[in-house]
Design a protein. Structure first.
Length: 572
């Protein structure tokens, strides 16, 4: 084969080879382009999905990282943001008899040795009860709220059946303070008794538990109230006490105390016994504290138009019963004197002029016929006489007997009497300015203004003198009522109450103090009535809480009593 023949035969083959390579390269490039485009589309779809989830459609709350970091139960604070109840990580001591898994004895060491070692870690451990639980061989809690250092010591015992699971605990940093307001959280994680029960759903809601629930209570005022109430209770050896401080314009409860109290951090048998709330759940005949309400109703209805008018103060028989005064102050008294000396007889004459129908309607308007209006679950039913009231019934209600209500009922009624006449429900939730409940008008503004004078006059000249606090213009009324029992009223057991408001030239707060079965002691000059035991508590409490609430003492100002002084003997 010559060179020409070789060249002519080689050229077509070479051309074909180049074409094949070109097609293969083009195919490879096309495949790369398609693959790259596919990756680009996937990346674009992923970016669009992220944008959709992050911007257009946020992730559900249960999948939110922020929500996952929240405690399982929301925090409760006072009106100023001070923590009252919060959740925090803790440990428990749990007995798991199946921990070894061999079906044999759950403990490696002898039972008495294990109990002794636990006793060394927890000095207050009940040896007999712990021995019983371990011997029974059933799963059970041995202890809640175990500290980390105690966990280490338990683990060092070397018993697998003694487990220390991590839990979330409910802690009340103020201890017993405000216990009846707060209540507690039971082992099932739900609130009991107080605002823990009322707010249970909100505190557990993932969408809301990140924001603390603010109560109306002011922790500083709560502390002062409980301190003075406990001191006054001890001084007269009373079996119980109750107190409330109420904002007269908003209905907010600034403090509420029932003694003896319980510790929500440790619910034991004693705590269970002290859980009953005397402010909202126990009803009492609150005695002469009702007399100003009766006078306000009479002034409002036009039954009392002249405060100088004199009424007979001699014993008065109605339907076979004799109405008389504990300490008669003469044959006749006018309305200011009736309040100063707390005359049952003159109250009876005022009720007769007013009419029992009008008195009953006033009590209804003040909410005395229904449970107290407040968020707490524990709210007592008043002892309310139904039907048409005969004169005797109206008279006894007029001076605070024959009807039994809670101290909170009385606080809301006094707030209406001094704030211009508007009754509002009490609340334990913080109220924003301008968002107060509308309420209802019970008394005329002019009636309220007159009652403010009369209440101030009682503390200046009458049975409320021991409640007066210089510069704070306190007004109020005593009430000492015998407790009913088998066979009638018990003369040896009293409920002593002082219902107060301050400052009377522009009332802002109502204070109710009640003592259950006070004794006559040296501290009360051996007297059992409210003038000597409940009133002094108000006199000590108001100077403590006034400055906290923006009411500063000013002995240069007071409500004008000049038109009333001549009616009470021109006293100065």
């Amino acid at each position: 084969m010559n060179a020409l023949t070789f060249s002519a035969g080689f050229a077509p083959s070479r051309i074909r080879l180049v074409d094949i390579r070109r097609r293969q390269l083009l195919t490879a490039q096309l495949r790369m382009l398609l693959l790259g485009g596919g990756f680009a589309l996937v990346a674009l779809a992923a970016l669009l999905r992220v944008a959709w989830l992050g911007v257009v459609q946020p992730a559900p709350a249960e999948h939110s990282m922020a929500q996952a970091l929240l405690p399982p139960r929301g925090e409760i604070t006072d009106r100023n943001g001070t923590p009252l109840a919060r959740a925090f990580p803790a440990y428990a001591l749990w007995f798991n008899p199946d921990a070894l898994g061999d079906g044999g004895t759950p403990l490696v060491k002898p039972l008495p040795d294990v109990v002794a070692q636990l006793k060394a870690i927890f000095p207050d451990l009940d040896v007999a009860e712990t021995t019983r639980i371990l011997a029974a061989g059933k799963p059970a809690y041995l202890r809640r709220r175990v500290l980390p250092e105690e966990v280490n010591r338990v683990n060092a015992i070397g018993e697998l059946a003694l487990e220390t699971p991590a839990e979330t605990d409910r802690h009340y940093p103020q201890g017993k303070l405000g216990a009846h307001v707060l209540g507690y959280v039971a082992a099932d994680g739900h609130g009991r008794v107080g605002m823990e029960a009322f707010l249970d759903e909100r505190l557990l809601d993932p969408a809301q538990r990140g924001k603390p629930a603010a109560l109306s209570v002011d922790l500083r005022v709560q502390g002062a109230l409980e301190d003075e109430l406990a001191s006054g209770m001890r001084m007269v050896d009373a079996i119980g006490a109750a107190g409330v401080v109420l904002d007269v314009d908003s209905g907010e409860v600034l403090a509420l105390a029932s003694l003896p109290a319980f510790d929500p951090n440790k619910i034991d048998a004693e705590g269970q016994g002290n859980m009953f709330n005397r402010v909202t759940n126990q009803v009492y005949e609150l005695g002469s504290t009702f007399k100003p309400l009766t006078v306000a109703a009479a002034i409002d209805a036009g039954a009392v138009t002249d405060l100088s008018r004199r009424y007979s103060a001699t014993p008065y028989r109605i339907s076979g019963y004799t109405i008389k005064d504990l300490k008669p102050k003469g044959s006749s008294l006018n309305v200011p004197e009736m309040l100063i000396y707390s005359s049952n007889v003159v109250t009876a004459h005022i009720v007769e002029d007013l009419g029992t129908k009008r008195l009953k309607q006033t009590m209804v308007d003040l909410g005395m016929n229904e449970r107290p209006y407040v968020e707490l679950p524990a709210r007592g039913f008043p002892i309310w006489p139904g039907g048409n009231w005969p004169l005797l019934r109206g008279v006894t209600v007029g001076y605070g007997h024959g009807i039994a209500v809670t101290p909170l009922h009385l606080a809301s009624a006094y707030a209406a009497m001094v704030n211009g006449g508007t009754w509002r429900p009490a609340t334990l939730l913080k109220v924003k300015p301008g968002h107060e409940a509308r309420g209802r008008q019970v008394f005329k503004a002019s009636t309220s203004a007159r009652m403010n004078q009369l209440l101030r006059m009682i503390t200046v000249y009458g049975t409320g003198r021991n409640a007066d606090a210089p510069g704070f213009r306190v007004g109020g009324k005593t009430g000492s009522a015998e407790k009913p029992g088998a066979g009638g009223y018990q003369r040896t057991t009293l409920v002593s109450t002082f219902a107060a408001a301050f400052p009377m030239d522009k009332p802002r707060y109502v204070v109710i103090i009640m003592l259950d079965e006070p004794k006559g002691t040296a501290a009360s000059s051996y007297q059992r009535t409210a003038a000597w035991n409940a009133a002094p508590i108000v006199g000590r409490l108001v100077p403590r809480i006034g400055p906290m609430l923006g009411v500063l003492p000013d002995e240069g100002r007071d409500i004008d009593l000049s038109d009333l002084k001549p009616l009470v003997g021109g006293k100065d």
